[in-house]
Design a protein. Structure first.
Length: 337
């Protein structure tokens, strides 16, 4: 069920939380850590094995069918033009700069990292790394800090991707003196520079305010065509349950049949009552780490001699009861009777 309206979040998502989030919404087995704004991905050589891993990671992500399809298409057209160039035929570089639109916890950072690896393999980017930025790491205390911060971020991202999370926060329509505008102007200058071709910028955030950012900046919109707008849809109940299963399996937990029924009921409730700030995979992780596992811990430490099976098995008593929301906040699931 689609969310009709989106509102701005009160605070930026926690970067460390996003790192943990990526580790379980992606189906890869090896450790996969996101960079913080101060500690970006270091460029690494991409072998054929790494390429296959990137493609398998893309295929194994839960949901995101339209995003997967667009990412594969970008990879294929990039390879195609590289083949034409090698054959001495005319070619053009496909437009790279993109919008990643959607709610928190839908895998935007994970896909950006996969895309960087694939575009390196396609010969479009020379390094394929990702540099993370957001308003708090761009807007400084002194006038001119923004232009310098953007310039440094672009320099660091050469050969890879500059990922700006919650990019709409750089544009405050009611404040013409907001320093975020300086950052956007610096960004547009870089996008117009024909010498800067070995990089990609991804502006990420909630759909409505991010699209308004482009509407307010025609120069920015002209360099990010609608074909490069990637829509990250909310996960449905079944996908949220798969994410929970992935987390539990990766962390050596099991869940009883009765507990699974209770968990599914809770996820159905939370999904039906979601609003624009619903955290998707982040919501599942928060539910597990701040609700279910602490309840399990209280139960197990009260046992006289807990066994290994007790340390692993989540029971129905560990699943919290759905919180009763205001009638207008909840959406019904299923069919009316």
């Amino acid at each position: 069920m689609a969310v009709e309206e989106e509102s701005l979040p009160e605070a930026n998502p926690d970067i460390d939380f996003d790192r943990l989030l990526d580790e379980f919404i992606s189906s890869q087995l090896e450790e996969d850590k996101d960079p913080t704004p101060e500690q970006d991905c270091a460029p690494e050589a991409t072998t054929e094995e790494e390429h296959r891993t990137a493609m398998s990671r893309l295929d194994e992500l839960i949901g995101l069918d339209s995003v997967k399809s667009k990412t594969r298409s970008l990879y294929n057209i990039s390879r195609f033009y590289r083949m034409r160039s090698a054959a001495g035929l005319s070619f053009r570089r496909p437009p790279l700069h993109a919008l990643f639109l959607g709610a928190p916890g839908t895998g935007k950072t994970t896909v950006a990292k996969i895309m960087g690896q694939l575009l390196k393999e396609a010969g479009v980017l020379s390094k394929g790394h990702v540099v993370m930025r957001e308003r708090s790491t761009i807007v400084g205390k002194y006038y001119g800090d923004e232009e310098k911060a953007v310039r440094e971020a672009i320099e660091m991202s050469q050969g890879g991707i500059l990922f700006i999370d919650e990019a709409y926060q750089l544009w405050r329509e009611d404040d013409p003196k907001d320093p975020g505008r300086i950052a956007l102007e610096a960004m547009m200058t870089a996008l117009a520079d024909p010498e800067l071709r070995d990089w990609m910028v991804i502006l990420a955030g909630y759909t409505v305010p991010t699209l308004k950012l482009l509407e307010a900046n025609p120069g920015l919109a002209s360099r990010i065509p609608p074909s490069n707008h990637y829509m990250f849809q909310d996960y449905n109940v079944e996908q949220l349950e798969l994410i929970a299963d992935k987390y539990l399996a990766d962390n050596q937990y099991a869940i009883s049949d009765e507990a699974r029924v209770s968990l599914r009921r809770l996820l159905q409730h939370d999904y039906s009552c979601r609003d624009a700030s619903f955290g998707n995979a982040r919501h599942v992780m928060n539910l597990l780490e701040t609700g279910i596992l602490p309840a399990m811990a209280e139960r197990v430490v009260g046992m006289a001699s807990p066994q290994i099976s007790d340390l692993k098995m989540i029971t129905a008593s560990d699943i919290p009861t759905p919180t009763i929301a205001q009638p207008r906040a909840c959406r019904r699931l299923g069919f009316a009777v």
